[in-house]
Design a protein around this ligand. Structure first.
Ligand SMILES: [Zn+2]
Ligand SMILES: [Zn+2]
Length: 96
């Protein structure tokens, strides 16, 4: 009984443990669970180009290709996800 930490409130310790699940000190067994790609349109911009000595204006749509990786940890039975910007896609071919 002398070995027990006397000042620790059990509920508080349990709550702290729960909060710390995602800190670097906690050991997880993250394994890649699924990978998804999605394309999100983020906006448009206008660009100009020359054709037959005439300046033209066109609208180009910009999209982001987002990769979402879901990880699963079987120690704590929880998941986390990370997103990555894989690619910025312009709908029109143009020089900026
Ligand atoms: Zn975990
Ligand atoms: Zn563009």
């Amino acid at each position: 009984m002398a070995f027990l930490p006397l000042n620790v409130d059990v509920t508080e310790a349990a709550a702290a443990e729960k909060l710390n699940v995602d800190t670097a000190e906690t050991k997880h067994n993250w394994k890649e669970y699924s990978t998804d790609y999605e394309i999100i349109e983020v906006g448009t911009h206008e660009y100009t180009y020359w054709k037959n000595f005439i300046r033209h204006k066109r609208t180009c749509h910009i999209s982001h290709r987002i990769k979402t990786v879901v990880y699963y940890c079987d120690i704590h039975d929880h998941t986390k996800s990370e997103t990555f910007l894989e690619e910025i896609i312009h709908s029109e071919k143009h020089r900026d």
